[in-house]
Design a protein around this ligand. Structure first.
Ligand code: NCD
Ligand code: ZN
Length: 343
């Protein structure tokens, strides 16, 4: 039996690092394994302007563990007031790698997101012109739409119309959770990709709701039925260049998760690679792990591949249940299965 598995060093194409004490507490878990990450801008207040992104990048760089070799790829949080010129300048200077669309109210810290998509048309037009990708949180916020259907409805009502209006716009559907999203991405040859999280490859909605409510499995978009998890797994493990890893590692303190109205998000940065190796091996697809973690993302974003490598060793990893932060403990995602690879 193979005892080691070496891949190009991976990148994380969707990551929440937060700020301040939490940033310093969670950053080492990512820099230990990943060379680059797309940094989500949903801080309070959000990272809206190029000046905000520059300042946040500097705070991340200042918080890096000594000897870490890590590049944060910054994003701007799209609002109805975003200035196309500011976006273009941030892109031209190399400061930002993408712009993030949150429908207003869709998820954690999305209140300043977009309610009227017509109002961001000029920004999207500029992004299409300069080749700057749009990352989408793909859920409608219409309270009449069942939460388990909000991704599929977003594709029909919002995403497809945007892509028709801006055919040259490069789009990443973030953290997809449904077979409809997998099918939609597969129906397009170029200019559309999707990130898939670690946890959505492992859990379905039963993990959250059966046998007692499990707040640590609650994230957005919420995990769906088993058939959707299987569609995600087949997309991720297939090696298809349109699908790549975005962990959506989203730390919240236990105090904020375990509330009557608890926060959405799973903290997966520490054990993501061990879990992914397990998932890909279970599906006899370890040979495609590198495509998912290290090749497809850079290809979509037009960035060079990482030159260094990461070796997984067949050795049962030991993860603590949580990490300690000055704000309180943050629970590490429990994959609910034995793991056999250490990164
Ligand atoms: C994210 C967070 O906590 O910032 N939460 C989550 O459940 N994924 C926001 C997001 O990506 O939707
Ligand atoms: Zn996220």
């Amino acid at each position: 039996m193979t005892q080691t598995h070496t891949i190009r060093r991976p990148d994380d194409w969707h990551l929440h690092l937060r700020d301040g004490d939490m940033l310093r507490a969670v950053l080492p878990a990512t820099t230990e394994h990943f060379a680059r990450a797309i940094i989500m801008p949903n801080l309070v207040p959000p990272v809206v302007t190029s000046a905000d992104a520059r300042a946040y990048r500097d705070r991340i760089l200042a918080a890096l563990p000594e000897s870490a070799d890590f590049t944060p790829l910054m994003t701007l949080y799209l609002t109805e007031d975003t200035d196309p010129q500011d976006v273009a300048e941030a892109h031209a200077s190399g400061l930002i790698t993408a712009v993030k669309l949150y429908p207003a109210g869709a998820t954690t810290n999305s209140a300043s997101g977009v309610a009227n998509f017509d109002k961001v048309s000029a920004v999207l037009e500029k992004m299409a012109e300069i080749g700057l990708p749009l990352c989408t949180h793909g859920e409608v916020t219409d309270s009449a739409i069942d939460i388990f259907d909000r991704e599929a409805v977003f594709i029909d009502r919002v995403l497809d119309p945007i892509r028709r209006r801006h055919p040259d716009l490069r789009v990443v559907m973030e953290h997809i959770t449904t077979s409809q999203a997998v099918d939609y991405v597969r129906s397009v040859d170029a200019g559309l990709g999707a990130t898939i999280t670690t946890h959505h490859l492992v859990i379905n909605r039963n993990h959250i709701l059966a046998g007692g409510i499990k707040p640590h499995y609650y994230c957005l978009p919420v995990a769906k039925r088993e058939e959707h998890r299987l569609a995600l797994r087949s997309a991720a493990t297939s090696g298809d260049r349109r699908f790549f890893l975005g962990t959506d590692s989203a730390p919240h303190t236990d105090a904020n998760k375990l509330l009557p109205c608890g926060c959405a998000g799973c903290f997966t940065a520490p054990n993501t690679l061990s879990i992914l190796a397990e998932v890909f091996e279970q599906d006899s697809a370890l040979a495609n792990l590198e495509a998912f973690t290290s090749l497809n993302g850079p290809a979509f974003y037009g960035l060079p591949l990482n030159e260094d490598t990461l070796t997984l060793v067949r050795d049962m990893p030991a993860f603590p249940g949580h990490i300690d932060t000055p704000d309180g403990p943050v629970t590490i995602f429990d994959p609910d299965m034995p793991l056999h690879w250490t990164a």
